[in-house]
Design a protein around this ligand. Structure first.
Ligand SMILES: Cc1cc2nc3c(=O)[nH]c(=O)nc-3n(C[C@H](O)[C@H](O)[C@H](O)COP(=O)(O)O)c2cc1C
Length: 207
């Protein structure tokens, strides 16, 4: 009798485990979209060499759209994106960025033809996080669309400068907007970069 009870218990435990395995994770794992998304997240890299070719407008628009769907604190949607395709403006932003680096002889945008500037309204207490998530969406969407991208910093300093403020004013952008980052975009030239090894102890498990 005792043996029978033990076998029954083991069988019940096995059944429970099997049921558990087949419910929540199976639904997600069988979804091919999820794997495409995972692959995209794992293979995006910062690209620092571009061709001059401007990507099609509809692709740039889709990438911007992905940016606008980033989560934001209390759904304040504090960030904005300035999508710069205009060469003159792209070059001005590059010059202002290089000036922050105190090196006028470089193009911090690595020749990328398009720049998506993300700013966020600092009156929202999560503006920095909101803007950073937009940047992440833009870079991942660019990769999904077959384009190279890279976060280029110093947007904060650029839009604190008089020239930067004038650019916002000329675009009719008013408010407490702080530069978060520049997402440069274009077709990758040369080899696609490889991921650096991940550091140890990225994840501390509490099971
Ligand atoms: C907040 C932030 C600022 C960055 N600023 C620059 C930058 O100014 N110039 C640059 O070449 N890359 C910049 N990067 C890109 C990082 O160097 C890059 O993400 C990192 O080396 C890891 O490489 P991966 O993106 O290919 O995984 C920045 C990234 C982040 C998140």
């Amino acid at each position: 009798m005792r043996k029978f009870t033990m076998v029954l218990c083991a069988a019940t435990m096995l059944l429970c485990y099997a049921c558990k395995e087949q419910t929540v994770p199976a639904i997600i794992d069988d979804n091919p979209q999820k794997n495409v998304a995972m692959e995209n997240l794992l293979t995006r890299r910062s690209v620092r060499q571009y061709t001059d070719q401007v990507p099609p407008m509809d692709v740039i628009e889709e990438i911007c759209k992905a940016g606008t769907y980033a989560p934001t604190g209390m759904n304040r949607q504090s960030p904005i994106i300035i999508a710069v395709i205009n060469r003159e403006m792209r070059d001005s932003l590059s010059r202002l960025n290089a000036r922050v680096l105190e090196n006028d002889s470089i193009d911090p945008f690595y020749g990328a033809p398009v720049v998506l500037v993300v700013l966020a309204d600092s009156s929202a207490h999560t503006y920095l996080e909101d803007g950073s998530l937009v940047m992440g969406n833009l870079m991942n969407a660019a990769h999904a669309k077959g384009l190279g991208s890279c976060w280029i910093h110093r947007a904060k300093e650029v839009f604190e400068s008089e020239e930067g403020k004038q650019i916002l004013a000329d675009l009719g952008i008013e408010g407490n907007y702080v530069g978060i980052g520049n997402c440069i975009l274009g077709y990758t030239a040369g080899d696609y970069p490889e991921a650096k090894p991940r550091k140890e102890n990225w994840v501390y498990w509490v099971k």
